[in-house]
Structures are given as C-alpha cells and as structure tokens.
Write a protein that binds this ligand. Structure first.
Ligand code: GLV
Length: 329
C-alpha cells in the first residue's frame, strides 16, 4: 500500500475513505513544524495539507512524494517552481467553496459597514444607557458602489449577490472577464485607482502572489473615501495590515472586515486595538457542507493522483498537470 501523510485534523470519515487505498499517517495535533513535516514525509508517496509551506527543501526531504493535495483553493503555500522541478503534482479545491466564501464576504462587509461587532462589544461592556440618534452611524450598502478586486470565481459569486442590494458593481482584475460575465453581473471594469476612489465597499478576492503583495497599502488606502469599508477574504499579505490599522485609527477609511492576516494565526497587534474592524479567524469557507466538500475533493485529488479509485490518473484539480506521468526527480 502507498503511504500518505494527512498533515491536519480533518473529518474522520474522510480519513476512513483514504484508508481504503493508503497506509495513512494522520497528524491530529498541532501544525507540524518544518523539520517534523520533513521527517513524516520522508517515506510518503502523497500528502494532504491545509496551508503547510511546501518548498524545495521539503520536497528534497521526501524523495518518494508525488502529489501534495491542498485542502484550500489558494495554494500560495506551494512553491510551484519547486514542484515543477521535482515533477511533484500539486492539487487544490476550487469551486466547492465559491458560494460559502461569497456569503461570508457579504457577512464581513455588512458587519463592517453597519458596525455590528463594534456596537456589540460596547453593548456587552454594559455601556448602553439610552437609544441615541447618532449611535454607531454606519454606511449603507443598498444603492452603493461595490468594488471587487479579483474577479475570479469567488469574486463573481460575490458580485452576483449585489443585484439584490441595487448596487453598482465595479471591478479590477489582472484581465477583463468575458463580456457576457460583465453583462450578467452588470459589472464595469476599472483601474485599481479608479475603483479605490469610487467604491463605497471594497472587497479583495484575489490570490496571493508576489505581485499581489500589499495590493492595498498606505497609498491605496489614501485613495479611498472616508466612508468606505475594506473587506479581505483573500489572503494575508494582500493588505499591509500595519498601514490598514493606521488608516482605521485615523478614520481615513470607515471600517474593515478581515478574515485573513499577514503572519496568521498571529495578528498585527495594532489591528486588535482599533475599534472599527471586524476580525474573524480565516473561516470564510467554514460551513459544514463546504468544509466536507473541500475535504472530500482534497481526498479525491490524492486518490486519483496516486493512481487509485475510479478516476485513477486523472485528479480533478491538478495545478501543474504537465508533471502527470513524469518520473519524480
Ligand atoms: C482558503 O483560504 C482557501 O484558499 O481555500
């Protein structure tokens, strides 16, 4: 039987599925530090990860490894140049999380715009003495302008929901989406600067790459309206968190909703002390149904990539399909 490492705790029934095909080494404890990950991968043919960094040194320590299946759509934890050089396949879990993640983007955006967590903290602290006309004034979503940066599958799912709020949708993306998608979403392509100047609510849904590092920093925040909100459901590092904390503290922008952070699970301490922010621990895809779908898709990818099961040799979501069938180097 081929050997695999499941680096994280996942649904036990998915582990049972994997055990039908593989000898499974399952880490149910803390995230494995790099040296322990390398040790556990030394004799493995495949691995299922959820954000563990996999670079050339990890692949070198795992000479039998042929596939790493990430239980996430984002795979910035994979050094794909190293995967290609070693002929190791990477896979991810796109699509199954689009709607849950788009829902959550709205939840964060609405909570930020209407100051839900800020007012709840105040209420819980026993500060509510009387109703007042100017308590926690926020900004409207209905009839406002939504700015989506990153118009991929999740960005489109998010933008599709704007119709019910009678919002104007503007977007920026590496490249324009097809005209029929623009028409369906009633979305207009604009430059990043234009979007930041015009949007009432900016949502980030782009993958993390070197080029996207600090897509939103001090200069970009300075372009935004003082009434605007910023929501990040993409990846830590796309926003300069220190600059954002400054912009929130000085009310350069009204509020932010963040599900992802630079250096998570550690947060920039300044983010914890600004009031006009909604913070969640990377849970945008966290519904029971979606996380199950992601875990099963990650398992499907691993099973098929290692030549087992009904789709043997044809994993559904190869990131670098050119390496399929090539000998490990
Ligand atoms: C979650 O962050 C994912 O990339 O799926």
């Amino acid at each position: 039987m081929q050997k695999i490492l499941v680096a994280r705790s996942i649904f036990p029934d998915v582990i049972e599925r994997l055990k039908q095909y593989f000898d499974v080494d399952w880490n149910q404890g803390d995230v494995l530090p790099a040296d322990e990950l390398k040790r556990r991968l030394a004799d493995k043919d495949g691995a299922l990860t959820a954000g563990e960094p996999i670079d050339a040194s990890v692949l070198a320590a795992a000479p039998r490894l042929r596939v790493v299946s990430n239980m996430a759509v984002g795979y910035n934890n994979f050094d794909m140049a190293a995967f290609n050089a070693a002929n190791v396949l990477g896979t991810n879990t796109p699509d199954v999380l689009n709607e849950s993640t788009a829902d959550f983007g709205w939840a964060l955006m609405m909570a930020a715009a209407r100051r839900i967590t800020e007012s709840e903290h105040w209420l819980r602290a026993g500060k509510w003495q009387k109703w007042s006309y100017d308590s926690f004034l926020g900004s409207d979503l209905y009839g406002s302008t939504l700015g989506v940066i990153g118009m991929g599958r999740i960005g489109q799912a998010l933008a599709r929901r704007a119709r019910g709020f009678n919002m104007q949708v503007i977007y920026h993306n590496r490249s324009r989406v097809a005209p029929q998608i623009e028409a369906e979403l009633n979305a207009a392509y604009v430059s990043k600067q234009d979007l930041l100047r015009r949007a009432d609510h900016v949502v980030l849904v782009l993958p993390y790459t070197q080029e996207n590092h600090h897509t939103i920093g001090a200069a970009e925040l300075a372009l935004m309206k003082p009434t605007a909100t910023l929501t990040n459901i993409a990846r830590g590092g796309i926003v300069d968190d220190a600059a954002l904390a400054d912009a929130l503290r000085s009310r350069q922008i009204a509020a932010a909703g963040l599900d992802v952070f630079e250096g998570e699970p550690n947060l920039h301490p300044a983010l914890l002390s600004v009031p006009n922010i909604v913070l969640t621990p990377h849970i945008a895809s966290a519904t029971e149904a979606t996380r199950r779908a992601m875990a099963n898709l990650a398992a499907d990818n691993l099973i098929a990539a290692l030549g087992e099961g009904p789709r043997a040799g044809q994993p559904p979501n190869p990131i670098n399909p050119d390496v399929i069938g090539k000998a490990r180097s």
